[in-house]
Design a protein around this ligand. Structure first.
Ligand code: SAM
Length: 296
């Protein structure tokens, strides 16, 4: 038997992984959830046929969505994670002794159940006492919250289907209000490469720049995501992830002695150095005089 998982990365380009077995395939109220097994990437989770994570390369995504911000921000106690029902983001967050409370808001209970059963690698800290799981729409959850969180991480699906609302101006504006005076937001910022993803990235960037005074974008290489080139956004009311990543911040993070397989303090500085075409795409979305995205 020769079974392959194939995802269209553009109308004319596809990405395939040879599949050894299918662990589960269910349709929830929101999306089709599959966990498959492969020799190259181990188990992997797809939602509506789109790659969410693989056992082999999820460490890159989860390191980068958590540790960049955590190395900059000096006092993070309360965190809101929106999406992320696989558990990988909270698994990284619970490693920080200063974090006391994490609200994890996932719209689809079935994603959490499936990951608990088949993807323990990411789901292993979902029952950590610091983690408070809410099965709810992140868009609604954040409405009406005021000055509650030090950090919000948007670990969402792409802006199609249930994730669509998490890329709107209303959502980013409500995140701004939900953050304390020195709060910050990290989001998965899509890919700059294929047209469909680049358009989503540009729209999201414009909306974030409109809401936050400091916005920067950084990158990582994630082999199983479209084009392998993925961006993350860091927006803050006060902190610049380069300016405030001084000697003291670096020492503070290194003193924690967290072993990370992708993130390190040298990579931190390098990941904000973006290719020219990406800088140009972002700058087009930054109104004159605004210090956002890649503007140095
Ligand atoms: N790392 C992944 C990626 O970028 O491909 C994202 C992983 S995570 C599994 C994304 C999660 O966001 C999904 O489980 C999905 O159900 C959840 N999600 C989508 N829309 C949401 C919403 N409006 N509120 C809360 N969670 C949402």
């Amino acid at each position: 038997m020769n079974l392959w998982y194939t995802e269209n990365h553009s109308k004319d380009a596809r990405f395939s992984i040879k599949v050894e077995r299918q662990w589960v395939s269910v349709q929830s109220e929101f999306q089709k959830i599959d966990v498959l097994e492969s020799r190259e990437f181990g188990r992997f989770l797809t939602l509506d046929g789109l790659m969410m994570l693989t056992e082999k390369d999820e460490f890159i995504y989860h390191d980068m969505i958590v540790h960049v911000a955590m190395a900059v921000l000096p006092r993070v106690q309360k965190v809101l994670v929106i999406g992320g029902g696989d558990g990988g983001t909270v698994r990284e967050l619970v490693r920080y002794p200063n974090i006391e409370h994490i609200d994890l808001v996932e719209i689809d209970a079935m994603v959490v159940d499936v990951c608990r059963e088949y993807l323990q690698q990411t789901a292993c800290e979902l029952d950590n006492p610091k983690v408070h799981l809410h099965i709810a729409d992140g868009l609604r959850f954040v409405r009406g919250k005021e000055a509650e969180y030090d950090l919000i991480i948007v670990d969402s699906t792409d802006p199609f289907g249930p994730g669509e609302g998490l890329f709107t101006r209303e959502f980013y504006g409500n995140c701004y209000k939900a953050l304390k005076d020195d709060g910050s937001l990290v989001n998965q910022h899509e890919s700059p490469y294929y047209r469909k993803y680049a358009d989503s990235m540009r729209r999201a960037h414009r909306r974030i720049v409109d809401c936050f005074p400091i916005c920067r974008v950084y990158q990582a290489h994630i082999p199983t995501y479209p084009s392998g080139h993925w961006l993350f956004g860091f927006a803050s009311k006060q902190y610049d992830p380069l300016v405030h990543f001084d000697e003291a911040a670096q020492q503070r993070w290194n003193a924690l002695n967290l072993h990370t397989r992708y993130y390190n303090t040298e990579l931190h500085q390098g990941c904000f150095a973006l290719p020219t075409y990406v800088k140009e795409l972002l700058l087009e979305q930054e109104p004159d005089g605004r210090k956002g995205g890649c503007a140095q």
